[in-house]
Design a protein around this ligand. Sequence first.
Ligand code: NAD
Ligand code: MG
Ligand code: MG
Length: 348
Amino acid sequence: MLYDNDADLGLLTGDVDGPGSGATGGPASARGGKTVAIIGYGSQGHAHALNLKDSGVQVVVGLRPESASAQQASEQGLTVLPLTEAASRADIVMILLPDEVHREVYERELADGIAQGNMLMFAHGFSIHYGEVTPPEGVDVAMVAPKGPGHLVRRQFLEGSGVPGLIAVAQDASGHARELALAYAKGIGCTRGGVIETSFREETETDLFGEQAVLCGGLSELIQAGFETLVDAGYDPQMAYFECLHEVKLIVDLIYEKGLAGMRYSISNTAEYGDYTRGARVIDAHTRAKMREILQEIRSGEFAREWIAENRAGQESFKRMRAEQAATQIEAVGAELRSHMDFLDSSF
Ligand code: NAD
Ligand code: MG
Ligand code: MG
């Protein structure tokens, strides 16, 4: 793991960083500081832009003129420019747009502004790994991927801690891409939480697998199936909601803090025995074979091709599935119950 002391923020700010930062290293040109363009002001964009600014880095935000975020970004003290201008102005261009628009926006509005010696950055490896964006030679290409949503990246930075992150270098034209990526990770607070070095390929494949098999796809279906099993058997939907959805957070918090064994220490012996004897009947050899199949579709590029084609077709089936899933009974039951949970933070 890499931490604050392994990174030199001075490569971005032009200042001499704190003691033990290795601030005398790095190219002389970097001592003048860099301008970073944050392209997009969504979940990650706002957090990166504000954290870097607070870290003393020169930041411009690239947005479409009609963007609703433009006013918000200016009110928060940031310089907002059209995409093309932001890219030309900057030494480092961080693309924080949805992955499915990277190719189009890069080719149409960013590519011309990225000069030799500049650095192109991403927070996820998808578009480089699957060839959606092909940067020119002579440009550094790196990734800083916080392992958490943007609002947490901002909130934890303000609280003095930081979301852990990954860094990777896909193209090192300057010979300094790694140090610059690390400096960026420090600027957004990731080196406070710890940074792991990886490759674009490893980050992309593990990230897609995690969200498909476990975190988003697997978990949502597990919750849904449990809820429907209880409701179909005649149990009160509100009871089913608490049991199969609401309590997930309580268990996950324990797992997050103490691991699986630590969680099992906190639950009753009855729950623990049921866990050992029943869990593997739900997630069985068939499920594991499906996981391997899903991983294979990610590694072969089949999933990426399917998702890119879906976008070319206007996201028709994506939007249909989103509407269908939002209209299920568990959503209606949950909306009603959550409206009485005053302790929930609904600000994001
Ligand atoms: P987002 O959807 O929250 O924000 C996207 C921004 O891009 C918005 O400001 C939107 O207005 C703008 N935008 C959308 N379409 C555009 C277009 N055609 N032209 C110009 N601007 C457009 O995105 P996000 O979740 O912050 O993701 C950004 C990147 O960060 C992605 O590569 C994603 O994989 C990565 N990432 C996200 C998370 C996360 O938790 N959200 C975590 C790690 C990495
Ligand atoms: Mg992901
Ligand atoms: Mg129970």
